[in-house]
Design a protein around this ligand. Structure first.
Ligand code: SAM
Length: 305
């Protein structure tokens, strides 16, 4: 979704100005010429884990913020946009998902939303970094909302690329909620990974992933599109706007062998929508349909690729 800075570092700078007391600032160095900076009102936790640099801090506007290898992963304030759109679009399109696989997702936001579906019987969450799970439970409770206590959820600490290659389970929906295609996340953006995901989907199954900000990451959009076309009949994207994923709307990758999954009529989605328990703050069936309408510059990028 967001390019790591070449150094992969969050630069914590101390700033003093008249309006604000001396505070730490966290600058996410996404691009050489575009930076996003959060005031660190309280640093909650920092660790160099086996896989990545992990930091969680509190910001008065965005609540608790998770940063991995210098990239903003999730904030309490706007997380519901991403988690609802990454979950309810594939699950309501499918209509009868019982077994769901989440790759990554160590903050439990996707798991929380998947478990709102009454059809779901089993959720496997495969996260490479146990520290993310441990510290999300402790510092991101408003996101997890106790999802990890649901008996339907199985948390596995393993590289998602290995899991999909070796599992003998089949899934109706796979949601790849990973970091960027650099570092531990890189393997989750390869033709091999997509092929292995294809092979563990049930007939008519759906794969979605976080696929970057097209306005800034055109190449990532094009390469993943072509990689998924090698394994799936129907490949595309849908869009959503997440305020702290800078650069305009974000693309969510879509892949299935059943084209009808992308064309479910609005009234069918509205009917299925009734089967979700719990409150939503962003997703609506009408928005689901609209999200697949792509602006011309993205259509052109896909045509060119
Ligand atoms: N919503 C965020 C976004 O859009 O960038 C993603 C948040 S979630 C915390 C990303 C998770 O992917 C992290 O916990 C990271 O440890 C995990 N991850 C990265 N590479 C992985 C891999 N190869 N297998 C499983 N999990 C992985």
């Amino acid at each position: 979704m967001k390019l790591l800075s070449t150094l992969g570092l969050v630069t914590i700078a101390f700033a003093m100005n008249s309006a604000v007391q001396a505070k730490e600032w966290c600058t996410e160095t996404l691009h050489n010429d575009w930076r996003q900076t959060f005031r660190v009102d309280k640093m909650l936790y920092e660790e160099k884990t086996e896989h990545q640099d992990l930091a969680i801090f509190y910001n008065k506007t965005f609540g608790n913020v998770l940063v991995l290898d210098g990239v903003i992963q999730v904030t309490e304030k706007d997380e519901y946009v991403y988690h609802e759109m990454m979950t309810h679009v594939p699950l309501l399109a499918h209509g009868n998902a019982r077994n769901v696989l989440i790759i990554g997702g160590g903050d439990f936001g996707i798991a929380r939303e998947v478990l709102k579906h009454n059809t779901v019987e089993r959720v496997v969450l495969c996260e490479i970094d146990g520290s993310v799970v441990t510290f999300s439970k402790k510092h991101l409770g408003s996101i997890a909302q106790g999802a990890y206590n649901d008996p339907r959820l199985d948390v596995i600490i393993e590289d998602g690329c290995t899991f999909v290659k070796e599992t003998d389970e089949l899934f109706d929906v796979i949601i790849c909620d990973s970091t960027d295609p650099i570092g531990p996340g890189a393997v989750l953006f390869t033709p091999e990974f997509y092929s292995d995901c294809h092979d563990i989907l049930t007939p008519g199954g759906i794969f979605v992933n976080q696929n970057g900000v097209p306005f800034l990451q055109r190449e990532e959009l094009q390469s993943t599109y072509n990689s998924r076309l090698l394994s799936f009949q129907d490949v595309g994207f849908y869009l959503s706007v997440i305020p702290t994923y800078v650069g305009g709307f974000m693309a969510m990758g879509w892949a299935s062998d059943d084209i009808s999954n992308r064309e479910v009529p609005l009234e069918v989605l509205e009917d299925r929508f009734q089967n979700i328990s719990g409150e939503l703050k962003y997703y609506t069936p009408a928005l689901h349909k609209a999200a697949f309408v792509l602006p011309k510059f993205i259509q052109d990028a896909l045509t060119e690729s």
